[in-house]
Every structure is written in structure tokens, then in C-alpha cells.
Ligand binder design. Structure first.
Ligand code: G4P
Length: 524
């Protein structure tokens, strides 16, 4: 198979949801259909259990599991599918955002009874920003849920995207009878005691009396509903979906393995294969012969006895080959990788080659940071992996004077992994760690101790936000930095960061210094 065919058959996507909507269950069912696993329960939930915020073992468990299940590749109907898993816990949101830079499309899972929840909205806003094509799967139809039309209205309003149902539920809760696949004109009947893979019954004509025999009076309601669907929603527009402007909607019950095949079969046909990607220098086409890729995730020290890390690389163009020399752009050095791994659903294996859309794991001894680009020599910088303005801050202090080197190294590496952000105060040179979630401080402390043999102590600091500042007018910038001397810091790259005490002070600063740009993500 040539490069082009390999690209066209790849589907790399992420499944996202508010915790408990059914992301893990759906992922598992997709893997069952793909034959990638054979028993339910093989995919462990990678979420941190509620209330376990102080349970360090839980954090460790989560890290151990997430490397195994964070990328799941499998073959289905001639397609190579790569599912990228994202952490459910909101303190790890930034990890999720970064993973979304490596997907070509997204499936959003919504709980039919709960509708759109806060995290669904946030995740959707990231997809909207990047114009990522989105499919919505409304899950748990076996539970009593809101009126389907109301649910769709709710999604359209809250997620700010046009929707188009491509399947339709027949009733819900205890009366749930099945789903009608509008895209395929086929009906799948629900039987909670049969959770095997079953094919739907096809109907060329909805007036077919067999439909009435199968679902009785619900057939009448289904016909009316479908007529309304056709009246309310315009024809499904594939281009609008690919442009991220229209979300096709499917219904089902992941737990009962229902509506999942409809989703998967339609997904592989609709969802995009890897698409051109912007770099600072130019747009790169996946079909280009030369290999390029970027690091979107680093997973460190899985085995504390070995200082090993795995850099997760998304291939953007060309074919990646084992033992070939590739250029690490930031370090301006060439490296060869003798044991790149592919992530299959239930195992990790060394591969000889990989194609655009694939995610490979490169064993790393500390050369990579998130966002690094690797090529065959061309100077390229892939964009789009911003860090967000952190909102929780603490001074980090060394609690074991004999181990300051270990602490510095540990902090440095954890920052490269994207666990948190490090700022150095201009006033007193103290180190400040900024995060988006409180759990990160526990993760940092625990990992410093267990992986780097270093001890840290936290000291609270009350800040509202850290934002990056720049200006074309050097004099204005210098004046600002002088006046805000005790609230200025630098980030790891040496860039200027303003630490605002409150939103009021931030607003004032923005008003008083119109020539200064305040940035709330690290990429500008
Ligand atoms: P998440 O990854 O999005 O956080 O959700 P997960 O799949 O873990 O599902 C959350 C809970 O919802 C689980 O129950 C799961 O069994 C249930 N669930 C998922 N899909 C469906 C569905 O289609 N119908 C119904 N009725 N329930 C569904 P749990 O009791 O929290 O966990 P477990 O003990 O069953 O694992």
C-alpha cells in the first residue's frame, strides 16, 4: 500500500466527555467491535475516582494506566483507527487540550439524561477554536431522558454548533426500543439481554408494514419524528462537518452496546483522514514524502528504576522509519530511534514504520519537551500547543538542602512534561509554580519525592493570573516592567510574565498600558 492509501485509511480521533457520561464504556465497545479486545472490562477507566484527590497511589495508578490506554490503535473494515484517550479529571484539562492538538476529529459523548454539562462546553470550545470536526454521541438512552428535540436544541445552543441527527432513538428509558439509522435507512432493535454485535434490519421504505410489526405504535411516532427531523434540519452537509460547523448526532447506549456499530460504521465513512497542518513556516501536507511530526505528550518515569520517558509523536507527513536519522529542530541535532513503539489497544510494540495520523512513542532521555518538532532536516515549527494562563500559584521551596540539584532537575523535567508552569520572580528570584488545577501540586510533590528523591515545600501566594506581555514599543515595556517590578517574572523560556493580584489590577493595567499586549496563552 502506498503512502496516499495509508493516509486515506487512517482515522485519528479523541473521545471527550464530562466525567461519567460514558467515554470509557464507549471506548471499550469501539475496541470490541474492532476486535482489538475480546472481553468487556479490558479498558480500565483512567479517571481518578471522586474524592480521591489526596490518594497518591491513585495518581500513580492513573499515570500507569494512562500510558497503556492513552493511544489505542486497531484495524476496522480496512481502516486504521487511532483513538486518543483524554483524562477525565478536570485538573488534567490541559493534558486533554494538548491531546486534542493531535486528533483529526472528535466524538463528544453526552449523557441523555443530563444533557450538556460544564466540561462538555469547555471541550467543545477548544474544538471550535481549531475547527475540529465533531460527532455527538448521545449515550444512556436506556435511561429516562429528555425529549429528543429539546436535547438537540440544548446541544445546539450550549455547544454553539449546528447539529444534524443521523440516527434517531425510538423512545427512551424502559421503553427504549432501538435506533433508526437515518444515514443508512436501517433499524436496530434494542434488547437489553443481548449485548452482542448485531446488524440492523434495513428498510428501503419507512412505510414498510414490517416496521409496525416490529415496534408497534412506536413506528407511527418514529415516522412522525423523522418527518419533523427532515423538516427542521437541512440535509446533512459533509463539508460543513469537515469544516467544524456541523455536528452529526447519534444515539445509543454504550453500556448495552447499542447504536455503537452505527456510530462506528458512519464515523469511518465521514470522519477525515489526516489533514494538512500549519507550521510557523508553511502548511505541511500529509502526502509529502518527507517525514515530519510533533510531540504532544510526554510520559515520564513509568518505571522508577529507569529514568525513561516516552515522547508521544503525532506523524504529520511522510513515512517514519525505525533507525533513520531525524532532526530534532529545537536542539538542532540528529537522532536515530531504534525502538519506536506503536500503541495497539492492549499492547505496545516496536514498529519498523508508521504513517501520518499514527502516534508513535519515542523513548527519550530528556531531549524532548512538549511542542517539539521532528523532521528529516527541514526547519519547521508546528504550532498550536499553547499553555494556558495558570490560575493557582504557590512558591516552591527546597525542603532538603542536600538535594537541591535533584529538586531543580525534577522541577525542570516535570515542567517539560507540561505538568505545570514555572516562573521566576524578578523581585527575589523565588520560583513560583502555576497550575490550572490544585491536584497538580500533589502530583508534583509526590513525583519529586518518588522519582527524583527530592523534597519540596509549598508556600502560598495570592495571585489572580499570570499573563505573558509584549510590546512593539520597548520604552513602554521597560516602563511597565519598572513600575510593576515586584509583580514581574520570567517563564522557562525567559519571556516576560506579569503576575496580576486581582482581576481589577489586571483590567487597570490593560487600560493604563494600551500599547502592551497581554496574552493568556503561551502561544502568540
Ligand atoms: P466516563 O469514562 O465518561 O467517566 O464514564 P464511564 O464510561 O466510566 O461511565 C460512567 C458510568 O455510566 C458507569 O457506571 C457506566 O457503567 C455507566 N454507563 C455508561 N454508558 C451507559 C449507558 O449507555 N447506559 C447506562 N445505563 N449506564 C451507562 P458506574 O456505575 O459509575 O461504573 P461501573 O461500576 O459500571 O464501572
Amino acid at each position: 500500500m502506498g503512502l496516499k492509501e495509508e493516509i486515506l485509511r487512517r482515522r485519528t480521533f479523541g473521545i471527550v466527555s464530562h466525567p461519567d457520561a460514558g467515554k470509557t464504556t464507549l471506548t471499550e465497545k469501539l475496541l470490541l467491535f474492532g476486535g482489538a479486545i475480546h472481553v468487556a472490562g479490558a479498558v480500565k477507566s483512567n479517571k481518578i475516582k471522586k474524592g480521591a484527590t489526596s490518594d497518591f497511589m491513585e495518581i500513580e495508578r492513573q499515570r500507569g494506566i494512562s500510558v497503556a490506554t492513552s493511544v489505542m490503535g486497531f484495524e476496522y473494515s480496512g481502516y486504521k483507527i487511532n483513538i486518543l484517550d483524554t483524562p477525565g479529571h478536570q485538573d488534567f484539562q490541559e493534558d486533554t487540550f494538548r491531546t486534542l492538538t493531535a486528533v483529526d476529529s472528535v466524538i463528544i459523548v453526552i449523557d441523555a439524561a443530563k444533557g450538556v454539562e460544564p466540561q462538555t462546553e469547555k471541550l467543545m470550545s477548544v474544538c471550535r477554536m481549531r475547527k475540529t470536526p465533531v460527532i455527538v454521541f448521545i449515550n444512556k438512552m436506556d435511561r429516562p431522558s429528555s425529549d429528543t428535540f429539546d436535547l438537540l436544541d440544548d446541544i445546539e445552543k450550549q455547544l454553539m454548533i449546528k447539529v444534524r441527527p443521523l440516527s434517531w432513538p425510538i423512545n427512551n428509558g424502559p421503553e427504549f426500543k432501538g435506533v433508526y439509522n437515518i444515514f443508512d435507512s436501517s433499524l436496530s432493535l434494542f434488547n437489553p439481554s443481548i449485548t452482542d454485535i448485531e446488524k440492523g434490519i434495513r428498510f428501503e421504505n419507512l412505510d414498510d408494514p414490517q416496521l409496525d410489526q416490529l415496534i408497534g405504535n412506536d413506528a407511527v411516532v418514529l415516522r412522525e419524528d423523522l418527518e419533523m427531523v427532515e423538516g427542521i434540519y437541512p440535509e446533512f452537509d459533509h463539508h460543513a462537518y469537515l469544516a467544524g460547523e456541523l455536528a452529526p448526532v447519534f444515539f445509543g447506549s454504550a453500556l448495552y452496546n447499542f447504536g455503537v456499530r452505527e456510530l462506528l460504521d458512519t464515523f469511518v465513512r465521514l470522519a477525515p483522514s489526516p489533514r494538512p497542518k500549519k507550521s510557523e513556516e508553511r502548511v505541511v501536507n500529509p502526502e509529502e514524502e518527507t517525514f515530519t511530526g510533533f510531540v504532544f505528550k510526554i510520559h515520564a518515569n513509568i518505571d522508577p528504576n529507569h529514568r525513561s520517558r516516552i515522547a508521544f509523536v503525532k506523524i504529520c507527513s511522510g513515512m517514519f522509519e525505525r533507525n533513520k536519522n531525524y532532526r530534532h529542530i529545537r536542539l538542532a541535532k540528529n537522532f536515530k530511534y531504534s525502538s519506536p513503539t506503536a500503541f495497539m489497544a492492549d499492547k505496545k510494540e516496536v514498529i519498523e514504520s508508521a504513517f501520518p495520523g499514527d502516534i508513535i512513542g519515542l523513548p527519550d532521555t530528556g531531549n524532548f519537551v512538549i511542542g517539539d518538532t521532528v523532521t528529516e532536516g527541514e526547519i519547521l515549527h508546528y504550532k498550536g500547543i499553547p499553555s494556558f494562563s495558570p490560575e493557582i500559584f504557590r512558591y516552591i521551596e527546597n525542603a532538603d538542602p542536600m538535594r537541591s540539584k535533584q529538586l531543580a532537575k525534577g522541577v525542570d523535567q516535570l515542567m517539560d512534561e507540561g505538568v505545570a508552569q514555572l516562573f521566576t520572580s524578578q523581585l527575589n528570584g523565588r520560583k513560583i509554580i502555576g497550575t490550572v488545577g490544585a491536584l497538580q501540586f500533589e502530583v508534583i510533590e509526590y513525583r519529586l519525592e518518588h522519582e527524583y528523591n527530592a523534597k519540596c515545600r509549598w508556600e502560598s501566594i495570592s495571585l489572580h493570573k499570570a499573563c505573558w506581555i509584549e510590546s512593539d514599543d520597548k520604552a513602554v515595556l521597560d516602563d511597565f516592567k519598572k513600575r510593576k517590578y515586584n509583580k514581574m517574572a520570567t517563564d522557562k523560556q525567559g519571556r516576560d510574565v506579569f503576575l496580576a493580584d486581582s482581576s481589577f489590577i489586571l483590567d487597570m493595567a490593560q487600560r493604563d498600558f494600551p500599547k502592551i499586549k497581554f496574552h493568556f496563552t503561551s502561544e502568540f
